[in-house]
Design a protein around this ligand. Structure first.
Ligand code: NAD
Length: 482
């Protein structure tokens, strides 16, 4: 593998994301030789850490995520890490950061290449981007920026942030990360759709009745109540992960597999995204909030959550497009906290057509993303000793060995940043459409709040509020996974 020379600057280097995801992922890339002799990382955060302390943290992070570690490699890897105590709002600190980056550039011969990673609270993204520009932190080689979610909290703030970032970075150098796009089964959607005529030929609005995307979490908000109050399920999960999954399911076939063609196909689809009316939102969207139990808090009792909070911890809704193979086909989605089990899955429900055998079972294609990786297709066959049709599943469950080979989403996506492949990152044109849709729902819900309509309450560890069973367009539709 090619050794890519680069200095990477991580804003938020003492945070949870850096520790649990970025350092272990970088170690794996280091072991594979993608980054090796000519790379260094500057981790910045407010705490007064030393280089040595940071290196200890990096080592701990690798040990916590790897069952076996080559200690010599790890020590050598950690020696490439440097710590810079830094307050992102302080101009002078950017000077120090710039000087350190230049010094490391010389020491590691990294050819003036820089990757900036924004791994801190989103309210700082704009400030950091502005300082990178004003204090001239970009260098003479490539300059790429990785931006964590959420990218804005509505279209207006996302536009403002985008303006701040594009002052220093071209669109092609901005990597808006959505770790769902690094998941194996999400990356499997296009190959599954496009490479098998049995599937490819039915992937259209003539044969598909609806699609159902479920991203269910078993956990509640835990210690993140304060953040969640500013977000809610719609912004936290739908605006990014659910929309990206839906886009892959509904986009037209790209002309080839280059990043450019894939983003063009996505854009073609998204330009036809239907923005639902107030009436449609009332009929096809449900928001909910989890209640407590004998042993758990309800959402409104969680720390840092308002006692009369209207923030939704569950949302179900519908997305439709005017163009693409699924033009007009309902794509339903659901996501929530404190649901029955952690399960991310997609159910593609085929239309039921009349036939000589009378009633046959509905046929579905199901992709399970997490926690196991599985694809199954339901088929109909004859009952053995009586008349009638029985249902069977054709299933492919990834073996443990295969699952072990799958890199973590962050490793995959960081690798893509290093090799400059933006296929699995969100482009601005996509994001704009997603926010437009989300803003419309938020606006209607805001009106509902003012009229005294509250989110539906739901019991913990079930499948969300009962009202979510009534969002369908026709009475014959229902959640396949219930
Ligand atoms: P965190 O609170 O654990 O870490 C925040 C970091 O920012 C810390 O290093 C802190 O010292 C630093 N910081 C805060 N204020 C600062 C200031 N004024 N100047 C300099 N540094 C300052 O947050 P996190 O969980 O690591 O999340 C970081 C980003 O990653 C967020 O955008 C989050 O949405 C995103 N993200 C996190 C995860 C995860 O698993 N933690 C997953 C997906 C996305």
């Amino acid at each position: 593998m090619k050794n890519i020379p680069v200095i990477m600057i991580i804003f938020g280097g003492s945070g949870d994301l850096a520790h649990r995801k970025l350092y272990p992922a970088l170690f794996n890339l280091y072991e594979q030789g993608l980054i090796h002799d000519n790379f260094a990382v500057i981790a910045t955060a407010r705490r007064p850490w030393s280089h040595e302390y940071l290196r200890g943290q990096v080592s701990d992070a690798v040990h916590e995520t790897h069952s076996e570690v080559n200690e010599n490699n790890l020590a050598e890897f950690a020696s490439h890490f440097y710590y810079q105590s830094h307050d992102v709002t302080n101009v002078e600190h950017y000077e120090t950061l710039k000087n350190l980056a230049q010094e490391l550039d010389d020491r590691y011969s990294s050819q003036g290449n820089r990757i900036f990673y924004m791994a801190m609270a989103p309210r700082f993204f704009g400030t950091i981007a502005e300082h990178i520009n004003d204090q001239h932190l970009t260098s003479t080689g490539f300059n790429r920026i990785v931006v964590e979610k959420p990218f804005g909290r509505d279209l207006t703030s996302a536009e403002e942030l985008n303006k701040q970032i594009t002052a220093s970075f071209a669109e092609d150098d901005i990597f808006r990360i959505d770790h769902y796009l690094g998941k194996e089964m999400v990356q499997n959607i296009l190959p599954l759709r496009l490479t098998n005529p049995l599937i490819k030929n039915v992937w259209n609005n003539e044969n598909i009745k609806n699609i159902q995307v479920t991203l269910a979490e078993r956990l509640g908000v835990e210690a993140r109540g304060g953040y969640y109050e500013t977000s809610g399920a719609l912004r936290d999960m739908v605006q990014n992960h659910i929309f990206q999954i839906i886009t892959l399911l509904a986009m037209p076939e790209p002309k080839d597999l280059t990043s450019k063609s894939i983003h063009e196909a996505k854009q073609e689809l998204l330009s036809s995204l239907v923005i639902p009316s107030e009436k449609e939102i009332a009929a096809h969207f449900v928001r909910g909030q989890y209640l407590g139990s004998d042993v758990t808090f309800g959402y409104r009792q969680e720390p840092n959550v308002a006692a009369d909070s209207q923030t939704e911890t569950f949302v179900a809704g519908e997305v439709k497009f005017k163009k693409g193979p699924l033009a007009g086909t309902p794509i339903y989605f659901r996501t929530g906290k404190e649901m029955r089990e952690k399960k991310n899955r997609i159910d593609i429900v085929l239309k039921h057509k009349s036939n000589q055998y009378g009633r046959a079972h509905s046929n579905n294609i199901t992709i399970i993303i997490d926690p196991q990786m599985q694809i199954f297709i339901t088929i109909n066959g004859k009952k053995i000793n009586e008349s009638g049709i029985r249902r069977e599943d054709l299933s492919y469950l990834f073996s443990q060995e295969e699952q072990n080979q799958v890199p973590d989403g962050y490793e995959r996506l960081l690798h893509d940043v290093f090799i400059n492949d933006s296929t699995n990152f969100t482009h601005w044109s996509e994001l704009k459409n997603y926010w437009h849709f989300i803003d419309q729902i938020e606006e209607v819900w805001q009106k509902e709040n003012e009229q005294g309509h509250e989110p539906e309450q739901y019991l913990p560890y079930r499948m969300g509020p009962k009202a979510a069973n009534k969002i369908f367009e026709t009475p014959t539709e229902r959640w396949i996974y219930d």
